[in-house]
Design a protein around this ligand. Structure first.
Ligand SMILES: [Zn+2]
Length: 220
């Protein structure tokens, strides 16, 4: 009993501590780490001025500049807390689907990469999106069954081969309408392969939403 109380207290302290860390983290620019006021969302004012918005449904930003810096921190420097502010920007974009979808599905990492990184970035982005849409986020619906190389440095044909059959989805009852969420779209091949797996499992509709679109061949 005593042990349980102690461990409960420890968990409470831990939860409060991580809450404080979240609060502190949310006051830093996602791109340059400059301290910003609480009202500012993801970027400080100078960075925000350099951010390029994407102008069609399904993506928030063009990849590059402060957005590339933020994605780099988020994915490769262990800054998992950025998922909340970046996901909030995606949640705004997702409002076009309010009342028109049944669930949000993140594009999963292969388990080996998730274990190395410690978290799955698309899953962190999917949470605020699902909250905004008032639907559940389905984290176990889609699995990456094959580890794939990065899509950036390989040819178009190789990209398609690279992700073909890389995903498998659990059987979906009732033809659910889904929003598939990922961090960066490079060629669309990964999203297409994941959407194919969801449709094969019974999804009625699959919309896609990414934080940023990378235009290949453009300097970042
Ligand atoms: Zn900044």
């Amino acid at each position: 009993m005593a042990t349980r109380v102690t461990s409960g207290r420890y968990e409470t302290v831990q939860a409060v501590f991580s809450g404080v860390l979240d609060l502190l983290a949310s006051r830093r620019c996602a791109a340059c780490d400059r301290i910003i006021d609480l009202q500012t969302q993801a970027f400080c004012r100078p960075c925000d001025a350099l951010v390029e918005r994407h102008h069609s449904t399904g993506a928030v930003f063009e990849y590059g500049g402060p957005v590339a810096a933020a994605v780099g921190r988020f994915k490769y420097q262990g800054r998992s807390e950025l998922g909340r502010v970046l996901g909030a920007r995606m949640a705004e974009e997702a409002r076009v689907w309010v009342g028109r979808v049944d669930g949000v599905v993140p594009v999963p990492l292969h388990w080996r990469r998730r274990r190395t990184r410690g978290y799955d970035q698309a899953a962190l982005l999917a949470r605020p999106v699902a909250r905004a849409l008032e639907v559940p986020a389905w984290f176990r619906c889609l699995r990456r069954i094959r580890s794939t190389q990065s899509q950036v440095a390989i040819s178009h044909a190789a990209r398609l081969r690279n992700v073909q059959g890389a995903f498998r989805a659990r059987a979906l009852a009732g033809s659910p309408r889904l929003v598939l969420v990922d961090d960066v779209r490079t060629t669309g091949a990964t999203l297409a392969a994941a959407a194919d797996a969801l449709r094969a499992a019974g999804a009625g509709e699959v919309h896609t939403l990414v934080l940023a679109v990378r235009v290949l061949g453009r300097a970042t």
